[in-house]
Design a protein around this ligand. Sequence first.
Ligand code: 13P
Length: 269
Amino acid sequence: MRTPIMAGNWKMNCDNDEAQALADGVLARAGQVEDALVILCPPASALTTVHAAIANSNIKLGGQNMFWEEEGAFTGELSARMLLSCGCEFVIIGHSERRGRFGSVDEADAADLDTIFGDTDATVNRKVKAALAAGLLPIGCCGELLGERQAGNTDAVVEGQVKAMLDGIDADGVAQMVIAYEPVWAIGTGEVCDADEANRVCGMIRGVVAGLYGDELADGMRILYGGSVKPDNVEGLMAMADIDGGLVGGASLKADSFGALVEAAADAR
Ligand code: 13P
């Protein structure tokens, strides 16, 4: 049986005071839940604040991104060891908001915030490898753009992203990973992917992992759905066999709504 995960990706929200208040609220609302794993991913500036707030609870801490080098002249970047030293056990890697969808930052128009950060399948793979080598557990993200879905390419895009993300990683490493399926068109739009369709794609991802690493590893892997997960749609998603939880943006920024999501995840198993 896979323990469900409810992960809050706070993105670029919450200064330290707000992070303290939100972490305190989540702790009060969901700190005692045992049947689901709760992960909070605040901005890097608030990691130590949130870590202190959730000490002595079951809640885990995650970073939102990292660089694969161990140290050096990489202004603005964080290494896996730095995240570990802030108390992180997890790290989100390859979120669509960090992927340069055209493969090169040179092509990114500074006004186009969707393409400016420039992660590619290759950099995502490097980051996953570096995280695992350092002992951080990656939450590797994948998901298609609206145009890719409309063109009927969802499965090919997602399969390609998953295979590239896992390239060269052995079974011991992959067994420690979580994969999050986040259709880009459903993120922050209020437009949730239909639960059956989200389940179908998560099942397809599990099949890809099974093809590469065998059924046993794939059966044990937590695969999350992300994209406009809210208290009013979470039960339908959590009822699905291949959806093991959520990676949540907007609804993780209020302790009440996130607490409701955690409870739904815990009740689902
Ligand atoms: P929303 O829940 O705001 O759609 O964000 C999803 C997401 O990107 C989580 O990583």
